[in-house]
Write a protein that binds this ligand. Structure first.
Ligand SMILES: [Zn+2]
Ligand SMILES: [Zn+2]
Length: 284
């Protein structure tokens, strides 16, 4: 049960022993390579105490659902990927996830579409999707609304493409599956595409609950500069980021790990399933 911010555990009453018991399972953040995120961005990190003091976005009695919209045409494989991603998000945040009416790309006006000048990829403008599509459709009980689109995205003048963009203050975001691989090719390609879509969804939704990037451990909240780096990023939160999420949502971390382990097993995410089970076992 989600309650209002007023009843959250006060910083001075936090018991961090649960997270301390998990530290041995986690790997300290490896030094960045020349093109990696931390080589180009100075992000000092943030403690759980700083996070609480920052008054992060939290669900409350009225706004407590995550909504997803499909934007564009999704074949049966992609539909399955989005449905499974929604299921995973539900387990990751222990919040209800629901879909709003999908929308066709035909409804995007020509001034918000283009063919990429050199590659010819069809693209839609992120700012249009955020401002004209998502904000007006934000349901009253939504803590956030995210769109997955089959189209490539560009954020405006001077840009080639982006994987996605969010407006944290408005609680909306859009992410593209266009560059996540072809799930029709093989079972392995399907799994890679699903894993990428799930990783993007969970990382970006953590931002929407005001979590910054993580410089401490190998963590789902590490920044990433390129595809290889985001593929390397794990599908779990380090103890620092986990403590923020659990504090924010007031959920049972063991119940969450159990749900994640079951789903990861179902999806064939073997390494992730094993990690969630180890995290559960760390309490025995
Ligand atoms: Zn990020
Ligand atoms: Zn972290």
């Amino acid at each position: 049960m989600i309650s209002t911010g007023a009843s959250a555990v006060a910083a001075e009453d936090l018991d961090l022993s649960y997270y301390q018991s998990l530290i041995a399972l986690h790997e300290v953040k490896l030094p960045p390579g020349p093109n990696d995120w931390m080589m180009h961005h100075r992000e000092p990190g943030q403690s759980i105490y700083e996070y609480i003091a920052s008054q992060p976005v939290r669900p409350d009695d009225t706004r407590n659902k995550i909504y997803i919209m499909k934007l564009g045409r999704f074949g049966s494989e992609y539909t399955e990927i989005i449905d499974k991603t929604a299921e995973f998000i539900q387990a990751f945040y222990q919040l209800d996830v629901a879909f709003i009416e999908p929308m066709s790309l035909d409804e995007i006006p020509s001034h918000a579409r283009r063919f990429h000048p050199t590659t010819g990829d069809r693209q839609i403008l992120t700012t249009y999707v955020l401002e004209e599509v998502l904000i007006p459709r934000l349901p009253g009980d939504a803590v956030s609304l995210i769109a997955f689109t089959s189209s490539d995205l560009w954020p405006g003048e001077g840009w080639n493409f982006v994987f996605g963009q969010a407006s944290i203050d408005d609680r909306v975001g859009v992410w593209s599956v266009y560059r996540n691989g072809n799930p029709q090719k093989s079972e392995e390609d399907f799994k890679i595409c699903l894993l990428r879509t799930v990783k993007t969804g969970t990382h970006e939704l953590c931002h929407m609950f005001s979590l910054p990037h993580c410089p401490y451990f190998e963590c789902a909240m590490n920044g990433s500069n390129h595809r290889m780096e985001s593929d390397r990023r794990p599908l779990y939160l380090c103890p620092v980021c986990l403590s923020k999420l659990i504090w924010n949502l007031e959920i049972d971390p063991q119940e969450r790990y159990r749900a994640l382990a079951d789903l990861a097993e179902q999806y064939g995410f073997d390494a992730e399933a094993a990690f969630y089970r180890q995290s559960l076992d760390a309490q025995k």
